[in-house]
Design a protein around this ligand. Structure first.
Ligand SMILES: CC(C)(COP(=O)(O)OP(=O)(O)OC[C@H]1O[C@@H](n2cnc3c(N)ncnc32)[C@H](O)[C@@H]1OP(=O)(O)O)[C@@H](O)C(=O)NCCC(=O)NCCS
Length: 186
């Protein structure tokens, strides 16, 4: 169980959206491996996202379907792995998703994906999910993550920087290619 301190988020959001002031400052977030039966809650999380988060994650308006999320959750361990972060409210609600898919041509390399629901961003959850994901990937023999992000996605660059892992980035076809190297994982 990870206890996230939302007081920092509260301060940030207070500047722009006073309605968030009623949010509790501390929420217990549980991080665990996703099951196929979690796909519905993952879909519901997508439906609560801001357009900006959808854009930065998918770079287009299309959200994944239930079937696509079920498929990701049923990945064989050698092909990938999915983690979810959830809270009890009082029923379980998914607020974060991270997963990686192993490159079929190069099993030492994998493409990661990460998404935190807007109300829970900026409080360390993304960084925590990303580091845990890297740890799992490392255990499965993956030695690097390679992903592509929009050059204006400063949050993801900051999150990777703050994760303490070694990384390189360069422009590739108008996007930023980020290569995260696992040795050593801190
Ligand atoms: C990228 C994303 C997963 C980061 O998750 P998060 O929970 O907000 O990240 P963290 O809280 O762990 O933040 C890590 C760092 O980024 C900073 N940060 C996060 N959101 C920020 C914001 N809105 N403004 C400024 N800094 C921000 C944090 O302050 C933190 O730095 P610090 O350790 O110096 O305080 C989340 O913003 C997201 O889901 N974005 C939309 C989808 C996306 O872009 N996915 C990646 C596509 S490649």
């Amino acid at each position: 169980m990870l206890e996230v301190d939302y007081s920092r988020e509260y301060e940030r959001k207070w500047q722009i959206a006073p309605q968030f002031a009623s949010r509790p400052c501390r929420v217990n977030v549980r991080i665990r491996r996703a099951k196929v039966s979690d796909a519905q809650h993952m879909l519901e999380m997508h439906q609560r996202l801001s357009q900006e988060s959808v854009f930065f994650r998918y770079l287009r308006g299309h959200l994944p379907t239930l079937e696509e999320l079920q498929e990701i959750c049923s990945l064989d361990e050698k092909d990938g792995f999915v983690l979810i972060a959830s809270i009890e409210e009082p029923e379980e609600k998914v607020v974060g998703i991270s997963y990686f898919c192993v490159e079929p041509q190069n099993p030492a390399s994998a493409e990661p994906a990460i998404l935190v629901e807007d109300d829970y961003q900026g409080c360390g959850l993304g960084k925590r999910l990303f580091k845990k994901l890297a740890q799992h990937a490392h255990n499965f023999g993956v030695s690097e993550f390679v992903c592509y992000a929009h050059p204006a996605n400063h949050r993801v660059f900051r999150m990777i920087e703050r994760s303490g892992m070694r990384f390189e980035r360069k422009y590739f076809q108008g996007m930023k290619e980020i290569r995260v190297l696992f040795n050593p994982i801190q």
